[in-house]
Design a protein around this ligand. Sequence first.
Ligand SMILES: Nc1ncnc2c1ncn2[C@@H]1O[C@H](COP(=O)(O)OP(=O)(O)O)[C@@H](O)[C@H]1O
Ligand SMILES: [Mg+2]
Length: 602
Amino acid sequence: MRTHLDVSSKLVSRFEGRIARYFDDGLLVYFGYPSAHEDDAKRAVCAGLEIVDAFGQLPLENTQVQLPLQVRVGIHTGLMVIGEMKVKDTREPIEIVGGTPNIAARLLSVAEPYTVVISSATYRLVEGLFEYHYLGLHTLKGFSTPLDVYRVLHESGVRSRFDVSITKGLTPLVGREKEVELLLECWEQVKEGAGQVVTIIGDAGIGKSRLLYEFRKLIEDEKILYLEGRCISYGKSISYLPVTDIIKKRFRIDNLDTERTIRKNIEKGIRDIDPNLEGSIPFLYDILSIETDALLKSLDLRDKRKRTLETLKNIILADSNLRPLVVAVENLHWIDGASEEFLTFLIDNIPSSKIMLILTSRPGYRAKWSEKSYHIQIAPSRLSDKEVEEMIKSILDSERVTGELIKLVTNKADGIPFYVEEIIKSFIESEIIVRREDGYSISKSIAEVDVPDTIQDIIMARIDRLEENLKRTLQYASVIGREFSYKLLKEIIEIEEELQDYLTQLKGLELIYEKSLFPDLEYRFKHSLTQEVAYNSLLIKRRKELHGKIGEILEDLYGDKLEENYELLAYHYRRSTRDEKAVDYLTLAGDKSAKIYSTEDA
Ligand SMILES: Nc1ncnc2c1ncn2[C@@H]1O[C@H](COP(=O)(O)OP(=O)(O)O)[C@@H](O)[C@H]1O
Ligand SMILES: [Mg+2]
């Protein structure tokens, strides 16, 4: 048992999960606590699959009775509240509230030995990334509503969110003419023998992968070679991860290929590129974790690294002599050290080659090559309201969409295409968007609208990575609203002296921006969803206290101008525990509206 649990915990930590509890015969694991990642569901499923795999292979050492051990993994996604207690310097979770772990545990009753089963909530987040077998609706013990349950078979080979979108059908492209034009201009230069490096930079979901895809489609008829590598969120510690991708692509190596096939493909491939490069074969084997010759093993690690980089560079340069070459590396913000060193090295040699290197990354990644004259940066901007409207109409496949619906989605999505898609998807699922005879419209009141899980995960991951003080600043500001004044925030937060500094940092991270300096210093959340997610990450009890406090401060602050602010006061008091105050201000606000014949508001 101990060996098996040890193996499991190693695999769990590889995917940055956290073991919450050991049982006699199992483990309870969280993904997303203590800090969220944008792909926690995927990580959980990967860890589950690897655990099942590892159990099948472990020998039963030192056992007197040869009892086969069986393993099952159940995964569910949902909200949990974890109480924290400071014990000396460590923080121990002491209590978990919410049914999430129970559902995960109950799922085990549905699972066959050596399988991973997931609930529909998890399925929604990892759809497309794995192959599944639908196990039907199940009513789990202790829960009244039945749940869709799936068994996860294996990874689907599709590795990114964008690949999943491709298989489901992409929303027709809107805008981006300028960006595509720029890429094509670079491409012309590359074909003339002036290699270029292009970085596409922008927030998650802005359309970096999509832009790359559109470019690739435009050049696909030309006689060229297109190679692509990817960095993944838990790949920072996996050496040469995107480089391995590229090698596999170039030498047509599939994940299921036998070692013999791999050797054959590489030998033939190298011969095609340049027979003189034969000496590089062992280095490729080494990167692909294939047994290689003794010479390589005898090199010290520094030498080996140097020669590996040299070899890879030579192969790529030689390859680009045969025809123009596009090398794309996605998500540089997650790149491992070895691959980064390789890129830096390659880039020095690019200007006189027919290589176009296209990189994508989120803001915040600092590239060593950004000053090179043959490097350009493309930053796709947020979509305009008009473009978002166009997207909404093509997703719903209808011209008849009410203005109210368009306005709601546009406000929420902040011009980020991924948000537009996810918001509409989740609105359709929760029946907020309904189809009537005269077209699509909204069914529920806007207050009931939740942030879709997929977006929540991306934003929460970002907030969780902030230093504690910055996170708290953001959370407290979110209670005030999308816009907040320095003065008010200072009153409700206890960290006065450094507050200005924190706000400056948050501004630097482009989470908020300064809205006005006079008469008051005011800030605004860049995305309304960031504000919502930060708000939702506070406990309800805490939120209520803060709203109450804000109400009191506003009453003080506005002393003689209260009437102007009845609605605002009502807003905060309604969300606090001060019900009488809420009723008072709601009534006053109502009277005020009635006076100007704004009867609906009244
Ligand atoms: N200009 C656009 N028009 C229509 N859909 C878009 C546009 N840009 C991106 N999308 C869609 O939005 C989603 C997110 O885009 P993606 O390229 O994956 O973002 P990123 O790589 O920047 O995180 C994808 O489904 C993509 O097809
Ligand atoms: Mg992408």
